[in-house]
Design a protein around this ligand. Structure first.
Ligand SMILES: [Ca+2]
Ligand SMILES: [Ca+2]
Ligand SMILES: [Zn+2]
Length: 441
């Protein structure tokens, strides 16, 4: 009873703190602190950390884990969509897109990696970890890897007062699949009193099977609406999956202390610069909060690595995990029983996203507004748009505009084209989508 009271009190305290600011990226640490109140959980987390640290203290392990091995780890994912209304019942395309964003970011194929400052780009890591929607369920039956479950509008899934209720059917959520075979991701509404105060949270290695996985606020899963900027590019899930593999925040959660003390704790990764405080959903490249430090790869005191997925920067700012972070992930993937097991999960795991893209590519291309008069927007939600081209045809079948290289978001000026019906073809060697648009003034 005492423990329970303690948790509620600390929960309210944290909740009060969160209300004082805008939506926070992640509730992983407050949830973790609450879990540490349970002596068994606390011992399990500690055992996982000690085993991982011992593994990483072996220089051979450390060297191998931070290098590229060309051996890919495939993580089968099951997404539990627990919804209270139609909007929260997010479409398959949004889910597939999030899996693709995970793959881009964990495999260093994100198109914004080129924006990484030169001082950091040499330590960016292809973690060689990939994700896919599971194709075999725990009973051995075929599955899309997506479960949809309706919850009453009265259900609360916030991570402080109703922590983990979304993870159990008995409390209006959905039970996890075995964490030895699947990464469980719950997508739900965590708002409380109509206020979205957290975008996601994760469990660290060592968590019990019943709770292991990550939870993401529905509208932030996948490619969110521009109104959700700067958190609309799917990086919340990348950040939370980072926690799932043992990553701590890059600023080591030592915000708020005396200035001299804010640089004295660690994220347990030796190539990420020390950082005194979290970023504020921005991309402040001017900041160097901890001075007089010299990581092994640098000859100068580096600025804060706001490009790191484990900061709270804007989604568009985030571009990398480091080699040291990769090594830390592998230290858990080689020592923590559930993380070891998932590497050889029997849940079949084809690259579902790419397979679906080939037949449904039209669903991944959005042209708007229609009709338009001057600007045509073409948005792509594809794994890598690097090789995508576009041609616009008039009603006589003649090419009137060519774009040699599409990006995720494109604004095409069509004000030199006359009124009429046009066909927009978006294509690569493997994929093709065709959209009809009208130009009308
Ligand atoms: Ca560090
Ligand atoms: Ca520094
Ligand atoms: Zn976090």
């Amino acid at each position: 009873m005492k423990k329970h009271l303690l948790f509620i009190t600390s929960g309210l305290f944290v909740l009060g703190g969160m209300f004082a600011q805008t939506a926070d990226k992640c509730a992983t640490m407050p949830v973790y602190q609450a879990r540490l109140q349970n002596p068994i959980s606390s011992a399990n987390f500690k055992a996982a950390d000690v085993a991982a640290q011992n593994w990483l203290s072996n220089p051979i392990n450390k060297r191998k884990a931070s290098q590229k091995t060309n051996s890919i780890i495939n993580i089968p994912v099951v997404v539990h969509v627990v919804y209270k209304n139609a909007v929260q019942n997010i479409p398959d395309t949004q889910i597939v897109r999030q899996i693709q964003i995970l793959n881009e970011c964990f495999r260093l194929q994100n198109s914004n990696f080129s924006a990484t400052r030169p001082i950091f780009d040499s330590i960016g890591a292809d973690t060689e970890i990939q994700f896919c929607l599971a194709t075999i369920d725990p009973q051995g039956n075929p599955t899309t890897g997506i479960i949809r479950k309706s919850a009453p509008t009265s259900a609360n899934f916030d991570p402080i007062l109703n922590m983990d209720k979304v993870k159990s059917s008995a409390t209006n959520g959905d039970d996890p699949w075995p964490n030895t075979q699947y990464l469980n991701i719950w997508v739900c509404d965590m708002s409380i009193f109509g206020f979205t105060f957290v975008l996601g949270y994760a469990t660290f290695p060592g968590e019990t099977a019943a709770l292991d996985g990550i939870v993401i606020q529905s509208e932030y899963f996948g490619y969110g609406a521009s109104s959700l900027a700067p958190n609309n590019l799917g990086r919340t899930t990348v950040h939370e999956v980072g926690h799932f593999f043992g990553m701590r925040h890059i600023w080591a959660d030592d915000d708020g202390g005396a200035a001299a003390l804010e640089c004295d704790s660690t994220d347990f990764v030796d190539d990420t610069p020390n950082q005194g405080a979290k970023s504020a959903s921005d991309c402040n490249v001017a900041i160097n909060s901890c001075s007089s430090e010299m990581p092994y790869w640098s000859t100068i005191d580096p600025p804060d690595m706001v490009e790191n997925y484990m900061d709270y920067s804007s989604d568009g700012c985030m571009t990398l995990f480091t080699k040291g972070q990769k090594a830390r992930m592998y230290s858990y993937l080689n020592t923590s029983p559930a993380r070891i097991a998932i590497k050889t999960s029997p849940a079949a795991c084809n690259d579902v996203g790419v397979k679906e893209l080939t037949t449904n590519f039209n669903d991944y291309v959005f042209t708007f507004p229609n009709p338009t008069n001057d600007i045509l927007n073409i948005n792509i939600t594809k794994f890598t748009p690097a090789n995508l081209k576009c041609e616009i045809y008039n009603s006589h079948g003649q090419v009137v505009k060519t774009i040699a290289q599409l990006d995720f978001h494109n604004s095409i000026n069509v004000d030199n084209l006359s009124n009429g019906l046009y066909v927009v073809k978006v294509y690569s060697a493997e994929l093709a989508a065709v959209k009809k648009i009208t130009i009308l003034r």
